[in-house]
Design a protein around this ligand. Structure first.
Ligand SMILES: Cc1cc2nc3c(=O)[nH]c(=O)nc-3n(C[C@H](O)[C@H](O)[C@H](O)COP(=O)(O)OP(=O)(O)OC[C@H]3O[C@@H](n4cnc5c(N)ncnc54)[C@H](O)[C@@H]3O)c2cc1C
Length: 388
C-alpha cells in the first residue's frame, strides 16, 4: 500500500500547530504500518478487532486524547480531531473503538463521576488496560432513546437494573459498561462491571458493515449495582446526549479520514488504469468525480477545523456538531461510492479499501444520530419548531 501523505488543497496544515501536526502524523504512521496490514484478515473474520493493538493505541494517547490528567494525553480538540481522522483513514471500526472508549466511557466518568470512579477507571481506560462500552440504544429505541425501557429501581443502598441494550460497540469485551436506565427521578447512568450477576452479552453476527468492530447486545436481569457505581452528577437525557456530542465531534473528523483514503486510492488507480487507449484519469467524467471529491474533502476539513477551534474556546454548540456530522459523513459516503465505482470490478474485492469504507460509512451515517435526525436538529434550530 502506498504511503499516505494526506490531502491538503487549501494549505490548512499552515493553520495547525506543531503539536497538532505531530499528533496526526504519529497516528498516521501507526495506521499505515501497524493497522492496515492486519485489517483484511479481521474483516474476513466477522466481528473481530485487532486487540493486540490496544496497548499501542494507548501508548499513542488515542483514548481520552482531549482529557486532562489520569494518564490522558490532554491535547486540544483539533489534535483530538486529527487523531480521529487518522484512525478512520484506517477503518471506521478503529476510530469507533477509540471514540467509544474516550468520548462515551471516559468522558461521562470524567464529567459525571465521583473521584473514586475517576481514580479507579480513568487511568486503566487511558492505558487500554480496561475496555469500556456505552449502552444507550435498545432494540426498540434508537433515535428516540429517551423512550428506553431499561429500568433501575432503588433497593437499599443499591440499584436493580433490568433491560436489554442492543448495537453496543465493544459490549462483550467491556470491563465496564456505562448503562443508561430509567429511574423514578428520570434517566440515570450506571457503571456495570463485567461479571456482575445477571449481566450477559451476545455479539451480533452477520454484519455487512463495521465488520472490524465488535457489536453486542447487553442483557440485564436483576443486576445489582451499588449506589457508588451510579454517575451521581448525570441527570436526565442531557447527560448521555452530552457524551454523544463529544463522539459526534470526533466522527465529523473521522469521516474525512475515510474520504481521504478512498480519494487517494482512486487517484492512484485511475492514473494507472488504461481504458480505451488512455488513462482512466484522463477521461472527463473521471475528472469531474475527482474534482467533486477533492472539493467535498476540503469543505469538510474547513468545517472541522473551525469547529475544533470553537470547541477549544468553549463556544461550540451541539447544533454545529450536527451540521458537521451530517455533512461530513454524507460527503464521505458519496466519495466512497464514487471511488468504488471508478475501481470497476476491482472495487468489489478487499485488496482495495473503498468498498470497506463505503459499507462502514453506512453505519456511521446511522449511529450517533442518523443523518435524518441531524437534519431535524438543524431544522429545529432554524425554525424554532421541533419536528421529531
Ligand atoms: C455498528 C453499530 C454500532 C453501534 N454502537 C452503539 C453503541 O456503542 N452504543 C449505543 O448506545 N448505540 C450504538 N449503536 C446504535 C445506533 O446509535 C442506533 O442504531 C441509531 O441511533 C439509530 O437507531 P435505530 O437503529 O433504532 O434506527 P431508528 O431510530 O429506528 O431509525 C430508522 C430510520 O428512521 C429514521 N427516523 C427515526 N426517527 C425519525 C423521525 N422522528 N422522523 C423521521 N425519520 C426518523 C432514521 O433517520 C432512520 O432512517 C450502534 C449501531 C451500529 C449499527
Amino acid at each position: 500500500m502506498a504511503d499516505f501523505n494526506g490531502v491538503d488543497f487549501l494549505r490548512l496544515d499552515e493553520l495547525l500547530s506543531e503539536e497538532e501536526r505531530m499528533a496526526r502524523d504519529t497516528v498516521r504512521g501507526f495506521v499505515s504500518r501497524e493497522f492496515l496490514p492486519l485489517i483484511q484478515e479481521h474483516i474476513r473474520r466477522d466481528g473481530s478487532f485487532p486487540m493486540e493493538l490496544v496497548p499501542r493505541m494507548a501508548e499513542l494517547g488515542v483514548f481520552g486524547t482531549n482529557l486532562e490528567g489520569y494518564g490522558c494525553a490532554g491535547m486540544n480538540n483539533v489534535a483530538y480531531g486529527l487523531v480521529m481522522q487518522e484512525l478512520e483513514r484506517g477503518d471506521s471500526g478503529l476510530r469507533s473503538f477509540a471514540s467509544v472508549q474516550g468520548s462515551l466511557v471516559m468522558y461521562p466518568i470524567y464529567s459525571y463521576g465521583s473521584d473514586a470512579q475517576k481514580d479507579r477507571w480513568l487511568p486503566a481506560l487511558a492505558a487500554g488496560k480496561a475496555i469500556g462500552c456505552f449502552g444507550l440504544t435498545e432494540p426498540d429505541f434508537g433515535s428516540f432513546a429517551q423512550g428506553m425501557r431499561t429500568k433501575a429501581e432503588r433497593r437499599g443502598g443499591s440499584w436493580i437494573l433490568n433491560g436489554t441494550k442492543r448495537w453496543i460497540t465493544n459490549g462483550s469485551i467491556a470491563d465496564v459498561s456505562v448503562v443508561w436506565a430509567r429511574t423514578e427521578e428520570g434517566i440515570r447512568g450506571f457503571l456495570v462491571e463485567k461479571g456482575a450477576r445477571g449481566f450477559e452479552t451476545l455479539d451480533i453476527k452477520g454484519k455487512f458493515s463495521l465488520r472490524g468492530s465488535i457489536t453486542s447486545e447487553l442483557y440485564l436481569t436483576d443486576v445489582e449495582v451499588p449506589d457508588q457505581s451510579r454517575l451521581a452528577k448525570a441527570e436526565g437525557m442531557k447527560a448521555p446526549l452530552s457524551c454523544l456530542t463529544q463522539a459526534r465531534y470526533g466522527i465529523s473528523w473521522g469521516a474525512i479520514g475515510a474520504a481521504m483514503a478512498c480519494y487517494q486510492e482512486v487517484v492512484d488507480y485511475t492514473k494507472e488504469r488504461m481504458v480505451q487507449g488512455g488513462f482512466l484519469a484522463a477521461k472527463q467524467l473521471t475528472q469531474e468525480k475527482l474534482a467533486t471529491m477533492l472539493t467535498e474533502i476540503t469543505k469538510a476539513q474547513l468545517l472541522c477545523l473551525r469547529l475544533g477551534r470553537l470547541k477549544d474556546e468553549g463556544k461550540l454548540h451541539h447544533t454545529m456538531v450536527s451540521m458537521a456530522k451530517r455533512n461530513n459523513v454524507n460527503a464521505a459516503l458519496e466519495i466512497a461510492r464514487a471511488a468504488r465505482d471508478l475501481l470497476g470490478a476491482n472495487g468489489i474485492v478487499d485488496d482495495y479499501q473503498s468498498m470497506r469504507h463505503m459499507v462502514n460509512l453506512e453505519t456511521v451515517r446511522t449511529y450517533e444520530g442518523t443523518h435524518d435526525i441531524h437534519t431535524l436538529i438543524l431544522g429545529e434550530h432554524i425554525t424554532g419548531m421541533r419536528a421529531f
